[in-house]
Design a protein around this ligand. Structure first.
Ligand code: NAP
Length: 478
């Protein structure tokens, strides 16, 4: 990695405004080369929590303009270091460089958005039925926040939590994935450069997520846990938070259907499905996981999709032409292989699978499966790999039933020109987000989040800051 600013490559934890080394360290692996790229310190979790607790009161008393000014400085520094940050991200997560750059811009957009939202926190004055009484609602920061983030968006999942927390006046203990801690540490370095007060941001790098999770969820002075990751870990954290009754936001796994009706613009549908399905090699929570196609256009749609898939270039993310990078680790490749093999054994047809000639790295070839059914495991769980699956339907009611036949309720995509149908599906689909004739649903100003087992709470948008604020009512008997 040739960085213009080598200072960005940090390998110690960041606690109370200091970089903290440790004898005990864990390896970060480049998934495209299987090489160790860094040895990162195991952090002192208790020290990080204490630092955040110590910083909380003063930070809560800072003005909204001070917090907005810091966020804007941080935003500028992130953009100024975009190329280096993207290189770090590609090295540890495997994401193609162009996608990594897009993620850094997306991550920065949350900082900019919440710099503005910091200035717009208001309360209410209520009408009263008792003479002389004054009724007011204040919004105050919830207090110290523990943020736990996944490896698939090592920058954006961090800023989508940190920026609203800082805007609201909350100190944070951040635990990034052990697979991708370097991007989070680089962002912390820039936050420090931007002048974040000491102790307001603490990054605990660790290879023992379970122990860190216990410490964060059980600590009485952590007021809120915000988690993005798998549904299984989300459920565990929810149970662990029960004893201290913490505020909780959970952004969990999805199983997004893309429903393609015969009247859709097929070129648009194929382009949107490709963009969603193969983003980050299929490793996003809102990736199209099930393509539901009306029977009458099945052959035409499959042919168009297959043509698009066979043009995908797979390889190390640093190679400029590459669109599909490696999966995050060997276990991810084994899981995707198993899902595909199970589906084929259960009657799915392997219509296309790219041939890869890569000796190293955790790659899985872009693949198209047809004749997939709801009974197959590949339809029931997140594939998290570059595998498109096509399942057919013959009526709108059947499409709706298939789409909703999932514990997950994060995102869905609908392709049709029929406005009546768009309304019907908009009302009936059990999801938090619906893409209609498109799949670009991730922007700082939209409320991102799910229902059902995909979690609760919203990130981004004007709703995002509410997750870090609590109401206090003042009943003032004048
Ligand atoms: P994961 O295994 O649940 O891990 C997420 C984070 O939780 C990581 O930092 C992980 O640490 C940590 N963790 C693991 N076990 C823990 C425990 N017992 N206690 C506390 N923390 C624990 O998920 P992932 O594989 O990294 O991420 C992929 C998942 O995230 C997918 O399901 C995807 O859909 C979901 N996701 C959802 C959204 C959304 O907005 N809804 C966005 C992105 C991703 P280590 O990595 O260090 O083990």
């Amino acid at each position: 990695m040739q960085l213009a600013n080598p200072e960005l490559l940090r390998t110690d934890s960041f606690i109370a405004g200091q970089w903290q080394s440790a004898d005990s360290r864990f390896s970060v692996i480049n998934p495209a080369t299987e090489q160790v790229i860094a040895q990162v310190a195991e952090a002192d979790v208790d020290a990080a929590i204490s630092a955040a607790v110590a910083a909380q009161r003063e930070f809560a008393n800072s003005t909204a303009s001070e917090r907005a000014a810091f966020l804007l400085r941080w935003h500028q520094l992130v953009l100024a270091n975009l190329t280096d940050l993207a290189q770090i991200l590609t090295a540890e997560a495997g994401k193609p460089l162009q996608e990594a750059q897009a993620e850094i811009r997306y991550a920065a957009s949350f900082i900019e958005w919440f710099a503005a939202e910091a200035l717009r926190v208001t309360g209410d004055v209520l009408a009263t039925s008792v003479k002389g009484q004054r009724l007011l609602n204040l919004k105050q920061p919830v207090g110290v926040v523990a943020a736990i983030t996944p490896w698939n968006f090592p920058a954006a999942m961090v800023t989508r939590k940190l920026a609203p927390a800082f805007a609201a006046g909350c100190a944070v203990v951040l635990k990034p994935s052990e697979l991708t801690p370097l991007t989070a540490l680089a962002l912390a370095y820039l936050a420090d450069q931007a002048g974040i007060p000491k102790g307001v941001l603490n990054v605990i790098t660790s290879s023992d997520a379970a122990t860190v999770g216990q410490a964060l969820t059980r600590h009485p002075q952590i007021a809120k846990v915000t988690f993005t990751g798998s549904t299984a870990v989300g459920k565990l954290l929810m149970r662990q938070c029960a004893d201290t009754v913490k505020r909780l936001s959970l952004e969990l796994g999805g199983n997004a259907p893309a429903i393609v009706f015969a009247d859709a613009d097929l070129a648009v549908a194929v382009q949107a499905v490709m963009a969603s399905k193969f983003r980050n090699a299929g490793q996003t929570c809102v990736c199209v996981n099930r393509i539901l196609v009306e029977e009458s256009i099945a052959a035409e749609f499959s042919a168009l999709l297959q043509k698009a898939i066979l043009h995908l270039v797979t390889g190390p993310g640093v190679t400029p032409s590459v669109q599909i990078g490696p999966l995050i680790n060997a276990a991810a490749v084994a899981k995707v292989s198993q899902l595909v093999n199970d589906a084929v054994a259960a009657g799915a047809s392997l219509s296309y699978q790219a041939e890869l000639a890569l000796e190293l790295g955790y790659f899985y070839p872009p693949t198209l499966l047809e004749n997939v059914t709801s009974a197959m495991r590949i339809s029931q769980q997140e594939i998290f790999g570059p595998v498109a699956t096509i399942q057919l339907f013959s009526t709108a009611e059947e499409a709706l039933q298939l789409a909703n036949d999932s514990q997950s309720g994060l995102a869905a995509y609908l392709f049709t020109k029929d406005t009546q149908r768009i309304w019907h599906f908009s009302e009936q689909l059990q999801v938090g987000m619906l893409g209609i004739n498109g799949s670009a649903i991730s922007q700082a100003h939209i409320p991102f989040g799910g229902i059902k087992s995909s979690g609760f709470g919203r990130e981004g948008s004007s709703y995002g800051i509410e997750e870090y604020l609590q109401l206090k009512h003042l009943c003032w008997a004048n």
